[in-house]
Design a protein around this ligand. Structure first.
Ligand SMILES: Cc1ncc(COP(=O)(O)O)c(C=O)c1O
Length: 407
């Protein structure tokens, strides 16, 4: 019997989601409508942040965060090299330079030591380190207190790339806090791309505790426009003789973008958020099943071990595989798994090795990233998977070795 194909990640849409989107399509607002505010309020509550500013996608959220901090030419943004391209690219959009940090070889996460090394590199290049963008890879939180101590000492803002970490918690100041609460950071950035923990189609958000940043982010995501009389400076353009804003008036104090999230996307996001607890427990259950089943395979394969300061809601389930020891390349393994209906992926090619960055900064060798990259393979993980699918994936993995690995 043909088995269904298991992708490495997949959205989970039910009739309630479809009804929520249909209601918007039958209503008055397709772009900015009541669902945008409602989604922002609900998302802010879910991560315990006072402000959530929704936007078009996670990449736009990163760009907005750079603009809100006035990052620009001569500045350096420190970015772990094991991440998606967008974490680094946002610095370049703003005109800043990227300084790549190495990562822990067993978790793929930036550490205090790799952050310090990247800071030294930035200074040696004559750059002003302004922002650090730690990534909560796969949903595993970075050691935010350790990074924050260094960032405070050096005067850097922290922008957490939390695109993988919706529903994760991090230990800070001795207590557990949701990732996104920004307890030790200026802002946190999220993506609602379909493979993420909640899906809006495309969608993103920035959370912050700072009202001035929240205001700036809102303005920047909509062309840099203001409409309130109190914020307008050129009265000839904007105000009538009585000092009231003309009904048609808007002013552009800063240049901005159209990075808005639509009402359609927001309605879907709101409906998905109502199921966040279910998504969290289902992902946790599947991850525990993988942990248990992989333990019988032998020491050539092991899950990424969660750091002690992190309680993850996993976006990705990453296995670290010693491909040399089992005598197959990763590409051969992925093809063989694909033939059995199992999709896998590699998260990520170290960004500093991308041709654009090699041309800009020259090549460099980041040992921890190489060791992580060489072994990582993301296995299927999404809430609609059956428990028996985990067994199916692990049984397929067990067929991979062509050499008996040393015990
Ligand atoms: C770590 C990380 N940062 C940023 C992004 C960008 O998010 P989006 O695809 O919503 O633009 C992604 C998405 O894949 C991501 O995984």
């Amino acid at each position: 019997m043909a088995q269904n194909f298991l992708p490495y990640g997949r959205h989970c849409i039910d009739e309630a989601d479809i009804a929520a989107v249909s209601a918007v399509l039958r209503g008055d607002f397709l772009t900015t409508g009541p669902n945008v505010d409602a989604f922002e309020t609900a998302f802010a509550a879910a991560v315990d942040a006072p402000y959530a500013i929704s936007c078009a996608n996670g990449t736009a959220a990163l760009h907005l965060a750079m603009l809100a901090l006035d990052v620009g030419e001569g500045d350096a943004c420190i970015v772990p090299t094991i991440t998606f391209l967008a974490t680094a690219n946002c610095a370049r959009y703003a005109g800043a330079e990227v300084v790549f940090a190495d990562v822990d070889p067993d978790t793929g996460l930036m550490t205090a030591a790799t952050f310090e090394a990247a800071l030294a590199k930035a200074k040696a290049r004559g750059l002003r380190p302004r922002v650090v963008l730690p990534v909560h890879l796969s949903g595993h939180a970075v050691a935010i207190d350790e990074l924050a101590e260094i960032a405070e000492r050096e005067g850097l803002a922290i922008v957490e790339d939390a695109c993988h970490a919706i529903g994760s918690q991090v230990r800070t100041g001795g207590t557990w806090r949701p990732v996104g609460a920004c307890s030790r950071s200026a802002m946190s950035v999220f993506s609602f791309h379909p493979v993420k923990t909640i899906a809006c189609g495309e969608g993103g958000a920035v959370t912050t505790r700072d009202p001035a940043l929240a205001k700036r982010l809102k303005r920047l995501r909509s062309h840099g426009m203001v409409r309130e009389a109190a914020e307008m400076s050129d009265s000839s353009l904007s105000l009538d003789a009585g000092g009231l804003a003309n009904p048609w008036s808007y002013e552009m104090p800063d240049i901005g973008f159209n990075y808005r999230q639509t009402d359609i996307q927001s309605a879907l996001g709101l409906s998905q958020l109502r199921k966040l607890d279910h998504f969290k427990s289902r992902r946790a259950g599947l991850a525990a099943a993988y942990d248990k089943a992989l333990a019988r395979c032998g020491n050539w394969v092991a899950p990424v071990r969660p750091p002690t300061h992190s309680r993850a809601t996993l976006h990705l389930y990453v296995a670290l595989i010693d491909f040399d020891a089992i005598g197959v390349t990763r590409a051969q393994a992925m093809r063989k798994l694909h033939e059995q209906g199992i999709g896998t992926q590699v998260h990520y090619i170290p960004v500093h090795r991308q041709p654009y960055y090699v041309a800009r900064y020259g090549g460099e060798w980041l040992e921890g990233a190489e060791r992580y990259y060489k072994r990582c393979l993301s296995l299927p993980l999404f809430p609609d998977m059956a428990d028996s699918d985990v067994e199916r994936v692990v049984r397929a993995l067990e067929t991979l070795p062509v050499l008996a690995p040393a015990v």
